[in-house]
Design a protein around this ligand. Structure first.
Ligand SMILES: Cc1cc2nc3c(=O)[nH]c(=O)nc-3n(C[C@H](O)[C@H](O)[C@H](O)COP(=O)(O)OP(=O)(O)OC[C@H]3O[C@@H](n4cnc5c(N)ncnc54)[C@H](O)[C@@H]3O)c2cc1C
Length: 431
């Protein structure tokens, strides 16, 4: 015997909670299955000091302010990872989301000779007409196979990093200069470590400009709505930080604080790491994007006659740090005292449990705005699912609305002929 429902949502991170809200608003019966706890990744798969990259007024769902959950979170502040997890738990309670925690989905297969899917779980099977994969954009940590095991005492992915005290004494190489890499490198340096930071291509908008956060600027300039990633960027590579009250990621400032910058980590041989000679180019490209956003912001202020204080000093990048043009290309790990490498090199998806025809020839979700090539199967939370904002807290909420609309429309078609009003969902399908 299996349980039956209309929609099974797999995963109760922000995507699963948002999906539940929209399905509930449409009166669609559904169950959300979460193998651990609500918003587990914020709770236990991030480093201790992580705070949101966007201010609380922006990085939230429309229906609830952070300060309604925790009065200590000012709208302009950056919520801690625990406050973010608490926010989603409260949100799920507020909307009465039918979430079952501690239930892992082990497979989803098409039912034979009948519509819908058989969802096998650690607590028994469930049959559903629709399945939404809301298991997150960042499922499997990716470490490029460059440095062999044992070459340094510790190699770990940024998702396994917690705090400086948990690493053995000694210097640290942080590979990757997106939001995770720069924040971890900064924290390690401030704890007194010798730190090397391997810098690849990135975008680093000013945290604040003319009194407004970059989230506001990207919003009014329509950039969160960009539908295609910049060339070569498959996921959002914005290097920003809400740490220490929020500040602009600035590689010159990191270098001035003693972080030793190098280019992309290229190869390893007999204890020696080699870096590409691209540090100056990568930083210059990031600078160009930074300055372009300031100019776009200035044009917006002028066009709209806004009374926002001028900030000419923000356009002055200052001199390049020593070694920028002629960076270190080799690092003898033992000689430099490197005992740990933190790979802040991103994540891959893992849909091994989803055994349906919803993937392209490269194994990537074959979908448009979350609607997959397998009728009845949907994806949510992926970077650039519909636009730049898709994997962020507020963006996933809007994408979930689209997916719920799509499911509701399909239910209308499927109900044709089953009621006296063509296109209406039968009463039995309502909550
Ligand atoms: C370091 C870091 C910082 C970030 N900071 C921000 C930020 O400040 N602001 C912002 O908007 N975004 C931020 N993001 C991006 C994004 O908001 C988070 O990655 C967020 O966790 C994604 O939410 P999600 O619901 O899509 O996926 P997840 O949070 O990954 O949730 C998916 C859930 O699915 C569950 N699951 C997986 N497989 C199964 C299965 N087979 N059966 C049952 N359950 C399963 C998991 O346990 C998990 O709880 C950050 C990401 C990272 C990595």
């Amino acid at each position: 015997m299996s349980e039956e429902t209309e929609v099974v949502v797999v995963g109760a991170g922000q995507a699963g909670v948002a999906m539940s809200e929209h399905l509930g608003a449409h009166g669609v019966p559904h169950i959300v299955l979460e193998r651990h706890r609500i918003a587990e990744r914020w709770r236990s798969e991030r480093w201790d000091s992580l705070v949101a990259n966007g201010p609380a007024w922006h990085d939230r769902f429309p229906g609830l302010e952070f300060s309604d959950v925790d009065p200590d979170v000012h709208p302009d502040a950056f919520a801690s990872k625990e406050q973010i997890a608490d926010y989603f738990v409260t949100y799920a309670e507020k909307i009465g989301a039918p979430i079952r925690c501690g239930v892992e989905v082990t497979s989803v297969r098409k039912r034979t000779g009948r519509p819908g899917f058989r969802v096998e779980t650690s607590r028994g099977p469930i049959d559903a007409r629709f399945v939404v994969a809301a298991t997150g954009p960042f499922q499997r940590p990716v470490i490029p196979p460059i440095v062999p095991d044992g070459a340094v005492p510790v190699q770990l992915h940024s998702s396994g990093y917690r705090n400086p005290e948990r690493l053995p004494e000694g210097a640290v190489l942080v590979v990757g200069a997106g939001s995770s890499g720069v924040q971890i490198a900064d924290e390690l340096r401030r704890s007194g470590r010798r730190v090397f930071l391997s810098v690849g291509p990135h975008d680093r908008p000013a945290r604040q400009y003319r009194g407004r956060d970059f989230c506001w600027w990207l919003g009014v300039l329509g950039r969160w709505d960009a539908e295609t990633p910049p060339q070569g960027a498959e996921h959002v590579t914005i290097a920003v930080s809400g740490a220490r009250g929020g500040h602009t990621v600035d590689f010159r400032a990191l270098a001035a604080d003693g972080v030793e910058l190098v280019g992309l980590t290229a190869s390893y041989d007999d204890g020696v790491l080699r870096f590409a000679p691209d540090l100056a180019t990568n930083v210059a490209l990031g600078d160009a994007k930074y300055l372009e956003l300031l100019r776009a912001a200035d044009a917006y202020v002028e066009r709209n006659g806004l009374d926002l204080p001028e900030e000419p000093q923000a356009h002055d990048l200052g001199p390049d740090p020593e070694g920028m043009a002629d960076p270190r290309l080799e690092l003898d790990l033992a000689a430099a005292g490197v005992t740990s490498i933190v790979w802040a090199t991103g994540f891959a998806t893992d849909y091994g449990w989803l055994e349906v025809d919803a993937f392209d020839e490269h194994g990537r979700p074959d979908q448009r705005r979350g609607v997959s090539s397998e009728p009845g199967v949907y994806f949510l939370g992926l970077p650039w699912l519909s636009r730049r904002g898709s994997s962020f807290i507020w963006g996933v909420w809007h994408d979930a609305g689209y997916v719920a609309d799509h499911i509701t429309t399909q239910r209308g078609y499927l109900a044709y002929g089953t009621t006296d009003r063509p296109g209406a969902a039968p009463a039995a399908w309502k909550n």
